[in-house]
Design a protein around this ligand. Structure first.
Ligand code: IVH
Length: 680
């Protein structure tokens, strides 16, 4: 802002600085200098001055944290520097291996003497959400979630409400662009308090602090976020440019600089040497973990010298210079009350353990998967047993093993049902399969529901708003027997469903209507033919060009398609041989579904070439790379054969790369692909 020599303007500036100083003391140093009442008085004073001179209000004023109306959705922001993730390690041997990779790498690069040990900066692995916050000329400009690493959601208005995030960087000499990265989280105490308040108001309670933080940050109304006790801790950075001073030389010094700029750092940081130092830190943190104010799920080791970090570079989407040493998955014991079965889209029957509710890994678990019948026998799990249940991160909880010493006399063995619990059809188990299936096909309401959900999913017909609750009702009401019935639903009918207003019903009907114009490959995928995934569906669409041609294809012809072998062709033939499947397709065309072949691309640089993508590419996702190849007229296949022209291999490429080498297929990397596409 223009510096005014007006005493009031100067008073205003001084007040702002004073408030920023107290924000720092409170949130960053954790050492308040004044009472809350005194702080409120300063803020009130500032608000009064600004009310008298609205023309002096700037976005970085402490009064301007909450502003703006609710959004209808988040915009996306492309990260100037991709936001990567970390490789995981669980055991000491993984850390030894990590240190060896780093040490060897640095010796090769001439950055480490033969006898030297590598220096690591050790930090907590905070269990929240990764955020990047961009400052332009010292003022907060944008903030984005990690998203897929390349693009995230624009959560600027929400991040501004977090009191520990400075709206303006402190100090004089500042980079013109500065992106800080770190974690947004909620302290355990704050989380408990928030849930009590939510409960008292009859509002949603959150399962754990991380979900509470995520839910609060992804609020479309920043005024709600402002009321949530979120915190931010810095641990990294993205773009830093337009800086005249040299950058610090180590990670630890970068963090010290961030603290001077006004960012809070998490406690328990330590610079150590070698494996011994890292493991000692891990043991120390394991001991103090329970007394930390927030949840962590491990520790992170980062090579301290930035030149060394740079020399080591990146593998796939994670740096070679850092690793997350995770705490073991949480395990608890509880009672297995019963085993029920669920029916999936293909009729697969999954036994599910009903458990006495138990708190594990931050959530209350009441059921867990038991995979299949053989697994239950192998583990010798019986109904009535006390069992060990494990939950690692976001993974579905599973029953690890029973405690036979606690087995009651009346514990029962599980007996697989012989009739489907949903439709009563016989349950079959093919000799070479581990899974039992309901033989009812689309006669079975469970399979019908699942197949409609699959057809509506994003990669298929992409019908927004057609979720589980609605499909359940549509099928249970008897309004939808087959996919085509969706296109006969009216706004009035949908309004008859639970909690459906006119607006949502109209939106749903519009979304269904829109899906009539669908790419042929998506429609093929939507049919849910066994073994026909997205890629095969695409291959089939581009080979046959129409639904009719595909339906009439002989085995021999099907086998000519890159992706298709005897199992897949058999499955396709069986599907189309069924009269009711033929009827559904005829019916779909009848109600106006118009599959269209993807427009042949004008660009035919890669025409006639088939690519297989494998491993993790450094910057593109496999989907992105696949799309670019197809746009250039090439084909993408999921498996390597003699017909494959190129295998594009990223990191951790496994059996496909192996096969390419055996067959003598050309193997290229992302850079070479980029050049073939004429993009570099
Ligand atoms: S560094 C290039 N440091 O862990 C490396 N990440 O698995 C970028 N996380 O998405 C991350 N604490 O959400 C780093 N001290 C820490 C961290 C940390 C938590 C999270 C972060 C990231 C994920 C990576």
């Amino acid at each position: 802002m223009v510096i005014k020599h007006d005493p009031e303007a100067q008073a205003l500036q001084a007040l702002r600085n004073e408030i920023r100083k107290h924000d720092q003391a409170y949130y960053v140093q954790d050492a308040p200098l004044i009472s809350d009442a005194q702080y409120d008085a300063l803020m009130h004073e500032l608000q009064k001055l600004e009310a008298a001179h609205p023309e002096w209000i700037t976005p970085d004023s402490p009064t301007q944290r909450v502003g703006g109306a609710p959004l209808s959705s988040f915009a996306s922001i492309r990260h100037a520097v991709p936001m990567l993730s970390l490789g995981n390690a669980f055991e000491e041997a993984d850390i030894t291996a990590f240190d060896k990779r780093v040490t060897d790498g640095l010796r090769d690069a001439g950055l480490l003497g033969l006898a030297d040990m590598v220096e690591y900066n050790c930090e907590l692995k905070l269990d929240g959400l990764a955020i990047g916050i961009r400052y332009e000329n010292g003022v907060l400009a944008h903030a984005a979630t990690r998203g897929d690493g390349q693009t995230g959601e624009d959560v600027t208005s929400n991040i501004r409400t977090i009191a520990s995030v400075p709206l303006r960087l402190q100090g004089e000499n500042l980079p013109s662009v500065f992106e800080i990265r770190g974690e947004v989280l909620m302290n355990r105490q704050d989380f408990i308090k928030l849930n009590q308040q939510q409960d008292a108001r009859g509002e949603k309670v959150f399962v754990n602090p991380r979900n509470a933080a995520a839910g609060s940050l992804r609020q479309l109304d920043p005024r709600i976020t402002a009321k949530r006790p979120l915190r931010f801790f810095a641990y990294g950075w993205g773009e830093i440019s337009g800086f005249t001073s040299p950058l610090p030389l180590t990670h630890a010094d970068m963090l010290a600089w961030f603290s001077q700029l006004g960012f809070p750092l998490a406690q328990e940081r330590r610079v150590v040497k070698g494996v011994h130092g890292m493991l000692e830190f891990y043991r120390h943190v394991s001991r103090v973990r329970a007394s930390l104010p927030y949840e962590i799920d491990g520790v992170v080791y980062k090579v301290n010298h930035l030149a060394a970090q740079q020399a080591l570079g990146f593998v796939s989407r994670a740096p070679r210079f850092a690793v997350a040493h995770k705490f073991p998955a949480k395990e608890v014991s509880t009672k297995l009350l019963g085993i029920e079965v669920q029916v999936g889209r293909t009729g697969a029957i999954t036994p599910v353990a009903r458990l006495q509710p138990v708190f594990v890994g931050g959530v209350t678990v009441t059921n867990a998967t038991l995979h299949n019948e053989d697994e239950i026998r192998r583990k010798d799990v019986r109904i009535g047993d006390t069992v060990i249940v494990r939950r690692a991160g976001d993974v579905i909880p599973e029953v690890v093993r029973p405690l036979p010493e606690l087995r009651p006399a009346d514990a029962r063995e599980f007996v697989m049902v012989t009739a489907c619990p949903v439709c009563g059809s016989a349950i079959e188990r093919l000799p070479d399969e581990a899974v039992s299936r309901c033989s009812g096909g689309l006669f079975c309401a469970a399979q019908r529901k699942q197949s409609i959900l699959h057809a509506a999913s994003r990669k298929a017909l992409d019908i927004e708003g057609l979720g589980e609750k609605i499909v359940d009702q549509l099928v249970d009401q008897g309004w939808v027997h087959s996919l085509a019935d969706l296109y006969r639903l009216s706004v009035e009918k949908i309004m008859g469903l639970e909690r459906m207003g006119r607006k949502s019903a109209e939106n749903l009907v519009n979304a269904i209507e829109k899906s009539k114009q669908v790419e042929l490959s998506r429609l093929i995928y939507a049919l849910g033919i066994r073994h026909v995934g997205e890629t095969t569906a695409r291959d089939l669409a581009s080979y046959f060009g129409s639904m009719t041609a595909l339906m009439q294809a002989s085995e021999e012809e099907l086998l000519k398609v890159t992706e298709v072998g005897p199992v897949v062709s058999g499955s396709i033939r069986r599907f189309f041989a069924e009269q009711h499947n033929q009827d559904v397709i005829a019916d779909l065309l009848q109600v106006g579904v118009q599959p269209k072949q993807l427009e042949k691309s004008q660009n035919d640089t890669l025409a006639g070439n088939t690519f297989v993508l494998t491993g993790t590419l450094p910057t593109w996702s496999r989907e992105e790379a696949g799309k670019l190849i197809m746009e250039a007229g090439g084909k993408v296949s999921g498996s390597v054969s003699k017909k494959t022209s190129y295998v594009v291999a990223g990191d951790d490429a496994g059996s496909k790369l192996e096969k390419a080498r055996q067959l003598g297929v050309n193997v290229i990397d992302e850079d070479q692909l980029r050049r073939m596409l004429g993009l570099s």
